[in-house]
Design a protein around this ligand. Structure first.
Ligand code: GAL
Length: 504
């Protein structure tokens, strides 16, 4: 009888201590796991990774997650895990990668090490609003990775006028920053992504980003089958800003057509106010306004067709758009070549200027200046059209601190990052799950428009065309601002399309 009992006990003990199966379960994705009563690490490893001896991977990767997200448990003793704790059970691939480097004589490998070194972030966000938005994301990053030194490597010049050339030299010279600002869309082509950039598809997968960005944005972000940047926002190019007090004092409402624009401009002029203010100092601002004039003259579909070859640049609509723009320029401040987009905005704040067309980073800028007396409307002809662009951050090949950069991209894509960044930046989230209550009235209106308007791509801000075409387009418009020669400008725009290989 005694023998029988001890045999029974041996069998029972075997049942407890020897894993029931070593057969690998089907490959699985990394997942969160809440500890249940009666769980222990090797049992979980056996169930999810097909091997009880893979438990160190669960412990190490859970501890790594805990560093940046305290909802994950910190496992100090492998034998002590408690019901309700959140663990991270890695994918087979992640577990194998860890175990290949794990040495059981070095228990320190089971505990996480925080990120160190630098994070060099390249962008052109130096103006009020945009600089503050960036700083909000830096704060979040620093909370998560307190030992990483952030280097804010900005090069001033709106729309990346100066930044892009500096970046290109650094990429080609094998001396890149760790991450840099990149517009979603064809701009990526400028940087020969296959040669100089790392695809970031794995970050989309690990952060679940495909589920939180709109489908159209994902399409814009994918180039040659890969994602090359993580978007932080959606900006609107076509906004007409006006000084509310000036408009009220003169009984004016924002113009919805080009004829109305002229009438409003005449009234402002008669009141001694500069009707239309702009800066052309950085060479892109006039091209920016003209893209909105093109959309407002041609309509959404024909505007889009300009960048795909479906609408010829010889179209009479383009002639009309140039005429419309010429009319608008006749009301502009004569010293525009001395101004940038933001210094031109000072006229509006001072009430010496009436209207201005610029992207909605202007909302962030006004807010940073404490100016609340601004109104907004779609520029003439663009009611129901949203000329869109998006800023993302990319990962160069051979980034000196690639791991830090990857963590930065995760912050960029996160809800926390986007909710902190965008209200200051004057943009709306690229994510669809941000809380509208965090945004001001203008941005809330932009969210509504984004959800219902016809979305067309901005050319000046990298979405619609490759960089060489953007440059040619910009140059033609710069010449036009000086000459007012409609026929020459139209021929130049047509030639730019031919040179881009899109028109015949
Ligand atoms: C755009 C960029 C915006 C804003 C603007 C002015 O190209 O997408 O985020 O910074 O330039 O510099």
């Amino acid at each position: 009888m005694k023998r029988l009992i001890s045999l029974f006990m041996i069998v029972a003990m075997l049942a407890i201590f020897v894993p029931t199966t070593f057969a690998a379960p089907p490959a699985q994705e990394g997942q969160d796991y809440i500890v249940l009563a009666g769980d222990w690490l090797s049992k979980i490893a056996d169930k999810y990774l097909g091997n009880p001896y893979s438990w160190p991977a669960i412990m190490a990767l859970t501890n790594q997650k805990h560093l940046t997200d305290s909802t994950y448990a910190k496992i100090i003793n492998a034998d002590l895990i408690y019901p309700g704790w959140k663990l991270y059970v890695p994918s087979q691939e992640e577990a194998e990668a860890f175990l290949a480097t794990y040495d059981k004589n070095k228990p320190e490998l089971l505990y996480a090490t925080g990120a160190k070194g630098q994070l060099v972030v390249g962008s052109w966000w130096t103006a009020g609003g945009e600089a503050e938005g960036l700083n909000e994301m830096f704060k979040i990053y620093s909370q998560k990775y307190p030992d990483v030194e952030i280097v804010n490597a900005t090069v001033a010049g709106g729309a990346g006028t100066n930044f892009k050339a500096v970046l290109k030299t650094r990429l080609i010279g094998g001396d890149p920053p760790d991450t840099f600002q990149l517009h979603a869309g064809l701009e990526v082509e400028t940087y020969s992504p296959e040669q100089y950039l790392e695809p970031v598809d794995d970050i989309y997968a690990s952060e679940g980003l495909e589920a939180v960005f709109p489908a159209d944005l994902l399409t814009l972000l994918k180039y040659n089958g890969h994602y090359w940047g993580v978007p932080v926002n959606i900006h609107r190019s076509n906004v007409l800003w006006y000084n509310k007090a000036v408009f009220e004092a003169n009984n004016l409402t924002p113009p919805t057509t080009f004829e109305e624009f002229q009438a409003v401009a005449e009234a402002l002029k008669a009141a001694g106010i500069q009707p239309f203010v702009l800066g052309t100092k950085d060479g892109w601002e006039a091209g920016h306004i003209f893209e909105d004039v093109l959309a407002g003259t041609l309509g959404a579909e024909k505007y889009k067709g300009l960048w795909t070859g479906e609408t010829p640049w010889t179209d009479p609509g383009v002639t009309q758009a140039l005429e419309n723009f010429k009319m608008m320029l006749s009301y502009a401040n004569p010293d525009h070549s001395a101004h940038t987009w933001d210094s031109a905005g000072e006229f509006l704040i001072a009430g010496t200027g009436g209207m201005m067309i610029m992207g909605d980073w202007t909302d962030g800028w006004f807010t940073s200046k404490g100016f609340t007396g601004y109104g907004w409307a779609p520029p003439p002809g663009t009611d129901g059209i949203f000329v869109a662009l998006s800023d993302s951050f990319a990962l160069p090949k051979n980034a000196p601190n690639a791991e830090n950069a990857r963590n930065w991209l995760k912050v960029c894509g996160s809800l926390e990052g986007q909710e902190a960044f965008n209200p200051k930046k004057g943009s709306i989230c690229a994510r669809t799950d941000c809380d509208p209550a965090l945004f001001n009235e203008y941005l809330q209106s932009a969210m509504v428009d984004w959800s219902q308007d016809a979305i067309v791509p901005s050319v000046i801000h990298g979405a619609a065309a490759k960089e060489s075409w953007v440059t040619d387009y910009k140059d033609v418009i710069t010449l036009f601002v000086a000459s007012g020669d409609v026929a020459a400008a139209q021929a130049g725009l047509q030639q730019a399309c031919v040179d881009a290989g899109v028109c015949q």
